[in-house]
Design a protein around this ligand. Structure first.
Ligand code: S3P
Length: 157
C-alpha cells in the first residue's frame, strides 16, 4: 500500500497519542513526529515556559503554524498532535484535508489514571488538585469531544 497522506493522532492529553503514534510509525515504516516537541523546538522553550511566559493564545497561534507546516510536508509521516490542536481555529478541517486522522477515545476515568501522576509538564493540569482533576477532565472532554469526533477514524481504548 502506498500512503499518500499523513496519519494524525488526536485526542485528550493522556490518550496515548505519542506512545501509539511511535509504535504505528514503526510498524508502517514511516517517520514519527510529535507536534508538542516541534512547537518547543520552534520556540526554543518548553510548552510550560510558552504558556507561562507568553500565554495560551500565543501557544495556539504557534501550534497552528507548526502543525500547518508539518502537514504541508510531502513525505507522509505519523504525527501526534496536541490535545487541544483540533479544537482551535479551523484546525480540524485542515487536519482532515491533509491527513487520515484517528481519534484515540478514552473515558475520563482512564485519562485520570494516566494523568494524575503525569501533569507537571502540562500547563492546563499542573495547578489542579487531585480532587479537581476528574471534574476538569470531564468538562474539558465534553467541550472538545465534538472536534475529536470529526476525525476520520475513532479507536476506543
Ligand atoms: C494541551 C495538550 C498538550 C500540549 C499543551 C496543551 C491541550 O499535549 O499541547 O499542554 O490543550 O490539551 P498532549 O495532549 O500531548 O499532552
Amino acid at each position: 500500500m502506498v500512503l499518500r497522506k499523513h496519519i494524525t493522532l488526536i485526542g485528550f492529553m493522556g490518550a496515548g497519542k505519542s506512545t501509539l503514534g511511535a509504535q504505528l510509525a514503526g510498524v508502517l515504516g514511516l517517520a514519527f513526529i510529535d507536534l508538542d516537541k516541534e512547537v518547543e523546538a520552534s520556540a526554543g522553550m518548553t510548552i510550560r515556559e510558552i504558556f507561562g511566559g507568553k500565554g495560551e493564545s500565543y501557544f495556539r497561534e504557534l501550534e497552528r503554524k507548526v502543525m500547518a507546516d508539518l502537514l504541508s510536508r510531502e513525505e507522509p509521516a505519523v504525527i501526534a498532535l496536541g490535545g487541544g490542536t483540533p479544537c482551535f481555529f479551523d484546525n480540524i478541517d485542515f487536519i482532515n484535508k491533509h491527513s487520515h486522522s484517528i481519534y484515540l477515545k478514552c473515558s475520563p476515568e482512564t485519562l485520570l489514571l494516566r494523568l494524575k501522576n503525569d501533569r507537571k509538564e502540562r500547563p492546563l493540569l499542573a495547578e489542579k488538585t487531585q480532587d479537581e482533576l476528574l471534574g476538569y477532565i470531564r468538562a474539558k472532554l465534553e467541550e472538545r469531544e465534538g472536534f475529536y469526533q470529526m476525525a476520520c477514524w475513532t479507536v476506543e481504548s
